[in-house]
Design a protein around this ligand. Structure first.
Ligand SMILES: C[S@@+](CC[C@H](N)C(=O)[O-])C[C@H]1O[C@@H](n2cnc3c(N)ncnc32)[C@H](O)[C@@H]1O
Ligand code: SF4
Length: 374
């Protein structure tokens, strides 16, 4: 099996909290050359993997809903003709923002083959959206969700919580409203202050502060409880789905260590060739990426992971899932023994052949991983 991640870096405006590999969309003429480079990169990286079954495609960014639907169609066609299609529907997700211009194009994206929309609504509250520097209102978000539900059926919402001055009660209200709109999947993210962003600089200058650690934890646990009560199962640290079929196949594959090709500036990939897992990292500068593809056919650096590195990565990814890590993926790390005291203290558990972080453990997952892997 194989999955495909496509990174489209352009955004209408750059949000003050975001440190993804993004570039302001000014209608640059070079956008088509970048897209052609992405297509070439895909074809080159697919070489030697053509017998694989295509399980999922994920258009992330940046804002891939700014792509012309015809280009999306071209890329999906290329992916479908390069690999064997999966016997069931291939899950093809597009990240989108709920602005007027983009909502008007959902139908064309559906026709191009997109069958799942990941909608970056971030909040349903106008004051919170203004604080987050978003170019849409709460009403736009609701309209975007309703249209997406009608057009795609499968809709996921990204929401950001733990904003300064936000109360847990107000946040729970937003979760209730989001669930009421009928979506099958919610990804709530705690606001992270990234140093190299406008928010990072504001917090550094003490203009405002995010909630303290204990309040942030309280937000996290109330989020879990509220979504659970609304019928959303927490299948990963920040991902909640109404039933197994509503999980993101693409992301579950990545956490389970299934191979994926990454194309587009800054995209990562993991591909097994000749029995060794290889990490690919695409150049993040747009011009450098395009130039590298035009020169070498691929836009990424490729590094073979040692068996130990591959197992450690499998642990870091697998333990994000509520169902945990299949210990067959990490035969030389002896994790069950290393986790003994964490199991005794209720942070981890063993279920069959799987090691998992409990609800109490998942909130401190980085610390658990440090103890298990250092
Ligand atoms: C890379 S964005 C792409 C989606 C789309 N461009 C958008 O903004 O809606 C993916 C998601 O990451 C989340 N995100 C980005 N930066 C974040 C931060 N500093 N703290 C919390 N969540 C963040 C947002 O919820 C966002 O929807
Ligand atoms: S949050 Fe989304 S829209 Fe905002 S800058 Fe990041 S990728 Fe672009």
């Amino acid at each position: 099996m194989i999955s495909l991640y496509v990174h489209w870096p352009y955004c209408s405006r750059i949000c003050p909290y975001c440190d993804f590999n993004v570039t302001r969309d000014r209608g640059q003429a070079s956008q088509r050359a970048l897209f052609d480079a992405i297509l070439t990169d895909l074809k080159t990286q697919a070489d030697g993997l053509l017998d694989r079954q295509l399980a999922s495609v994920f258009f992330g960014g940046g804002t891939p809903s700014l792509l012309p639907p015809e280009w999306v169609d071209e890329l999906i066609d290329a992916a479908r003709s390069l690999f064997r299609p999966a016997p069931n529907t291939v899950e093809i997700t597009l990240e989108a923002n709920p602005t007027d211009a983009e909502i008007g194009r959902y139908e064309s994206f559906r026709q191009a083959g997109i069958n799942r929309l990941s909608l970056g609504v971030q909040s349903l509250d106008d004051a919170a959206l203004a604080f987050l520097g978003r170019n849409h209102s709460g009403n736009d978000a609701v309209r975007g969700i309703e249209t997406a539900q009608r057009v795609f059926g499968r809709v996921s919402l990204d929401l950001i919580y733990a904003l300064p001055d936000q109360t847990v009660a107000a946040w729970k209200g937003e979760l209730w409203s989001a669930a009421d709109l009928g979506v099958e999947h919610i990804s709530p993210y705690q606001l992270t202050i990234e140093p190299a962003t406008a928010f990072g600089r504001a917090v550094h200058r003490k203009l405002w502060a995010p909630p303290a650690q204990d309040l942030a934890e309280s937000f996290y646990f109330r989020t879990q409880e509220t979504l659970e009560a609304l019928g959303f199962e927490a299948y990963e640290v920040s991902n909640h789905a109404r039933g197994k079929a509503a999980r993101s196949t693409h992301n579950v594959h990545i956490w389970e260590g299934i191979d994926y090709i990454g194309v587009g500036p800054g995209a990562h990939g993991r591909v097994t060739r000749d029995g060794a897992r290889h990490a690919t990292t695409a150049l993040s500068d747009l011009k450098a990426y395009t130039a590298r593809v035009n020169e070498a056919g691929i836009g990424c650096d490729v590094e073979a992971l040692s068996p130990q590195e591959a197992e450690e990565e499998a642990a870091m990814l697998g333990l994000r899932l509520s169902e945990g890590l299949d210990l067959k993926r990490t035969p030389s790390l002896d994790l069950a023994a290393k986790a003994a005291s964490l199991i005794e203290d209720g942070f981890m558990a063993i279920a069959g052949n799987r090691l998992l972080a409990t609800a109490k453990g998942r909130v401190v997952l980085d610390r658990l991983l440090f103890e298990l892997l250092s």
